[in-house]
Write a protein that binds this ligand. Sequence first.
Ligand code: NDP
Ligand code: 2IT
Length: 444
Amino acid sequence: MGYVEEVFEKVKAKNAAEPEFLQAVEEVLESLKPVIEKNEEAYRKAALLERIVEPERQIKFRVPWVDDSGQVQVNTGYRVQFNSAIGPYKGGLRFHPSVYLGIIKFLGFEQIFKNSLTGLPIGGGKGGSDFDPKGKSDREVMAFCQSFMTELCKYIGKDEDVPAGDIGVGGREIGFMFGQYKRITGQYEGVLTGKGLTFGGSLARTEATGYGLLYLTEEMLKSNAQDIKGKTIAVSGSGNVAIYAIEKAKQLGAKPVTCSDSTGWIYDPEGIDVDLLKEVKEINRARLTEYAQKRSSAEYHEGKGVWSVKVDVALPCATQNELTLDDAKTLVSNGVIAVAEGANMPTTLDATKYLQENKVLFCPGKASNAGGVATSALEMSQNSERLSWTFEEVDGKLKQIMVDIFHNIDDAAKRYDMEGNYVAGANIAGFEKVATAMMAQGVV
Ligand code: NDP
Ligand code: 2IT
């Protein structure tokens, strides 16, 4: 058995109850085989792969809080500090009832390679809780966030670990957590990103993941003799990533025709009305049925279905494993030319393989959704120099970072004779920098 297989067997035995983590590790290790084979003896001796799949630190804690009826509620909080070889731990916090250690570990593991691809000095981490912000009052969300931060603040800091948002964590939650961190520690520092613009947030951070996804998709299409302009696009999700993906797609002359939430989906053949979507989701925190009520061109469907629409490009922007093999078959039979992941690991492994075999351009999330964390790192730079850059300056840097990421992963795939395999390219390019740093830093 080769070194890569040996390590994966150990990971499976040790993390058997964490299928999402195993899925993320399997995809990365599979891609790294040709890289490892070139230098197998040194990597094996240094136990490089065993170290890269083992988080440096995992923190799990109780989060008690009082609901509006006076009842005490208890949730579980997590922070997985996965790898600090190239910078302080960086990665979002997810508040969703499905959160358990395996989800946080998969996200933290992906974050190592994603953050490396940005070219910026940030290590990999992720955290969150099984708390469900849906249907909670602002006071309940504040009570939860304050209790969560009361424990988390012991383990984070501007040069140590800098969390941000993810599913269920947006500007409101980051504001409450920042306030509590400052109150407990007395430090006014850039310990979180995605902050409000009046207290150290960066212009364009809200838009960054969705905009970045489109900048990369545009570049991927261009380098394959295609133009984003005029393309019909299916987007899933209707949260932070989806909304700004739809907005930028329209600005680039494409036509996004779908979006979804956990209860249903919209098909709007005239193109999604992004102002209405923002009103429904960002202001009213309502369901997509409200979008359909206010827009005569829109059809609302219960359940899943965005991938059944005939489109040129598909952008999954909701959650993990939302695009399955059956969905991939439908997309291919409808003539899709490109799929780029806005969410983390939204495409199952068999669906990814099917798309690649059928010559669909496929970009994995660790490359195509890296614009969010890249702009978080730009927020950290602005906080360090106590300055705020203009929207144009941040957006310009974001665009350049996404174009560079595409060419970097494209080149890495070519170097290993896998031209067009952007999954392999992203894993290899992300790994190379982290591996070099880990080898140089000795046994830590
Ligand atoms: P939001 O909470 O803003 O939006 C999430 C969207 O996905 C909502 O429309 C939500 O619907 C839907 N969704 C979430 N979970 C499920 C589920 N289990 N089944 C069906 N639909 C679901 O999160 P973001 O937009 O920030 O995140 C979306 C994805 O992008 C995640 O995978 C995240 O990890 C990834 N990501 C986010 C970045 C960021 O900067 N925010 C950066 C890079 C990646 P509903 O409201 O009904 O639950
Ligand atoms: O998955 C991700 O990259 C994020 N949720 C953003 C992380 C960040 O630190 O901005």
